[in-house]
Design a protein around this ligand. Structure first.
Ligand code: ADE
Ligand code: ZN
Length: 347
């Protein structure tokens, strides 16, 4: 039984692979708790005397066979239970930034989930200080710029989100925005209208996961009720032509995560992922890793496997990388600098 030579994607040339790997990129959709590798989970569990439901790295990895978003989240929150001290948050974030830097990421806007930690008695100060110090040190060591986005867990109620924002206010200078993540179905964006209004009044940027699994109405609501400046995932927008038209006209960015979508069974495999169609429709889209330790790859594995499966060409990669900077919250002068650098790679 041979491969169907009409449909099998052609391997990427070494030159194109090198361009993809070395091209400067911004990563805008990465949950720092999702960068916690199984080995580090066990290291921190030992260091902090936390007991895990798995007795080895192998048995933990074997559980990474997800059916949907919720089946992943159950394991993801269990993994995060080993984070207790400032140093733990530091080590996790520094390891991510080192890896991201090795893959051409020059700027990262990093989600963190404070409620996952404060609910276990870990003070907000411990979480934010550990992460912030790692960003500062990695900035010096790798010349990577990075900032934090505080996410509210949507399976919890809005009062918990309001309390979380309040608790984070002494550290207002340490994060640039707020986001909305966790279990999407049944927890529409409008549930968080007041807390996003408050965040906006504080001058924070607003983003939200929407249309990962849930229908386009969730994306409309994120835009209309939360005034989200970016939509995280947003792949379900492809079901609503008027929404596609709106997103293209307004250049509202969608932070797409291809390997995540396949691992969480949003699409059966990368060859049917809509990213190429999204690009061709003029949407502002880019590639991100979401939870790289759980989904089989960091940003370059996402770029390379998507490029291969969807037969993306240099123009597509150039467009994706440029959108990553266009959609970022970095200063305009820095944006212009990186947009020119991307063009140089593909000149
Ligand atoms: N938290 C971590 N990863 C997530 C995802 N893919 N969707 C929603 N919440 C998340
Ligand atoms: Zn996400």
């Amino acid at each position: 039984m041979g491969l169907d030579m009409n449909t099998a994607p052609v391997a990427l040339s070494p030159e194109f692979k090198h361009q993809i790997e070395t091209c400067p990129k911004a990563e805008l959709h990465i949950h720092i708790e999702g960068s916690l590798e199984p080995e580090m989970i066990f290291e921190l569990a030992n260091r902090n005397q936390v007991s895990l439901a798995f007795d080895s790295v192998q048995s933990l990895k074997a559980a990474y066979a997800f059916e949907d978003l919720q089946s992943f989240l159950d394991i993801y929150y269990a993994g995060a239970s080993v984070l207790l001290k400032t140093q733990d948050f530091y080590d996790m974030a520094y390891a991510y930034l080192k890896k991201a830097h090795s893959q051409g990421v020059v700027h990262a806007e990093i989600f963190f989930d404070p409620q996952t930690h404060t609910a276990r008695g870990v003070p907000m100060q411990v979480v934010i200080e550990g992460l912030s110090r790692a960003l500062v040190d990695a900035g010096k060591d790798f010349k990577i710029s990075a900032s934090l986005i505080l996410c509210f867990l949507r399976h919890l109620d809005e009062n918990s989100a309001l309390q979380t924002l309040q608790e984070a206010l002494p550290y207002r200078d340490h994060f640039i925005g707020v986001g909305l993540d966790s279990s999407e179905m049944g927890h529409p964006p409008e549930k968080f209208q007041r807390v996003f209004e408050k965040a906006r009044a504080l001058g924070l940027n607003c983003v939200a996961h929407a249309g990962e699994e849930a229908p386009p109405a969730y994306i409309w609501s994120a835009i209309q009720t939360l005034q989200a400046q970016r939509i995280d995932h947003g792949v379900q927008a492809m079901k609503d032509p008027s929404l596609i038209d709106y997103l293209a006209r307004t250049r509202t960015p969608l932070t797409v995560c291809p390997l995540s979508n396949v691992r969480l069974c949003v699409f059966p495999d990368l060859s049917v992922h809509p990213l190429k169609q999204m690009l061709d429709l003029g949407l502002c889209v880019m590639i991100n890793s979401d939870d790289p330790a759980y989904f089989g790859g960091y940003i370059n594995e996402n770029y390379l496997q998507t490029a291969q499966s969807l037969s993306l060409g240099p123009k597509d990669i150039q467009q994706l990388a440029k959108c990553s900077f266009e959609a970022s919250f970095m200063p305009e002068s820095l944006k212009r600098h990186w947009l020119l650098e991307v063009d140089r790679v593909f000149a």
